[in-house]
Design a protein around this ligand. Structure first.
Ligand SMILES: [Zn+2]
Length: 324
């Protein structure tokens, strides 16, 4: 059976500058021609993030089936040649140092999507597990720069009020690169219907996340992911649904910065594992789910065109529009 072409809006690899991205072959084997990988969160020191970008760019250049996304044409090239186009995303605005010009720099280094707060609030925006102060003046300046640089404005990990502020303020489509409906799993990292509708009304796409704690299934099964996708299709239409798997490659490699306060960034009161347990009580759906899910979509009556739209075409077309 032919693989459905996949656009994965967010997946993680260890944040280690010498990590070998050749492991991403596994995504190609499951149909992916594009992937956005995280290069840092709000708690990663800027010096580390810069070295991670340098290391990842080198690893991509040395792997013949990976293509660094410098322009939209690189994605088309990956799709035609059976390769994987790779760009970066930044999880939280702290590493922007409150400077809109830093967005220009990250864009030149390969970052194509940014959200402003990672779980906790900062000077730009409110996080989803913190007191949500909304989008600040400094945050608005960053949104302007993200739009001006033609990057995806993302509201993953963002607080409710801030997310609504961003969607009201941004003059470009806003995406949720990895997030699920709160109606199916009531968790602070998930999204209420009015947020999902506002995202679609902005012209954006909501990308289903394969992390067990955000799905209605501790095993993060293909059926629970299809259930989440189908809920979104009923609510906002098939053209606004995608996937941001949030799979974590090589989870056994420790990439946390020195002295990281795990309980502050992933609060136990929101169901995250205690620091001593690591992330062992979380299951990350692997890329093979893309293969498993197709027959489940078919049995729910989805056409091949609709499945292709959700797996990749919707995000591809949005990128074509936003990235220019
Ligand atoms: Zn994330």
């Amino acid at each position: 059976m032919a693989l459905v072409p996949v656009w994965d809006a967010h997946t993680c690899v260890p944040l280690l500058s010498d990590y070998n991205l050749a492991s991403l072959q596994r995504h190609i084997d499951c149909g992916a021609y594009y992937i956005s990988i995280n290069i840092g969160m709000d708690f990663n020191p800027l010096a580390d993030i810069v070295q991670i970008i340098a290391g990842f760019r080198k690893s991509i250049s040395e792997t013949d089936y990976l293509i660094q996304v410098e322009s939209f044409a690189d994605i088309e090239r990956a799709r035609v040649q059976g390769k994987l186009a790779v760009s970066f995303d930044l999880e939280g605005g702290v590493p922007l140092c409150e400077s809109p010009a830093m967005v220009d720099l990250y864009a030149k280094l390969g970052v194509r999507q940014i959200h402003l707060a990672y779980n906790r609030s900062n000077s730009l925006a409110g996080g989803c597990h913190d007191v949500d102060l909304g989008l600040t003046d400094k945050g608005r300046a960053i949104v302007d720069s993200i739009n001006a640089n033609q990057l995806f404005m993302d509201i993953s990990h963002t607080g409710y009020r801030t997310s609504m502020d961003i969607m009201a303020y941004s003059d470009k489509p806003v995406i949720i690169s990895h997030g699920n409906p709160r109606a199916l799993k009531d968790h602070g990292r998930n999204y209420y219907d009015d947020q999902l509708i506002a995202c679609a009304n902005s012209g954006g796409v909501v990308c289903i996340n394969g992390v067990s704690r955000f799905l209605n299934d501790p095993l993060a099964s293909a059926s629970s992911m299809v259930e989440a996708a189908d809920y979104l299709v009923q609510l906002i239409g098939v053209e606004h649904v995608g996937f941001g798997l949030d799979f974590v490659y090589d989870q056994d490699l420790d990439d946390g910065p020195e002295g990281l306060d795990v309980n502050a960034w992933w609060p136990p009161e929101h169901g995250y594992a205690k620091a001593t347990e690591g992330f062992l009580n979380t299951l990350f759906a692997p890329p093979e789910r893309f293969i498993e899910m197709t027959s489940l979509f078919e049995s729910r009556g989805y056409s091949q065109a609709q499945i292709a739209a959700i797996y990749g075409e919707n995000m591809y077309q949005l990128a074509q529009k936003v990235w220019k």
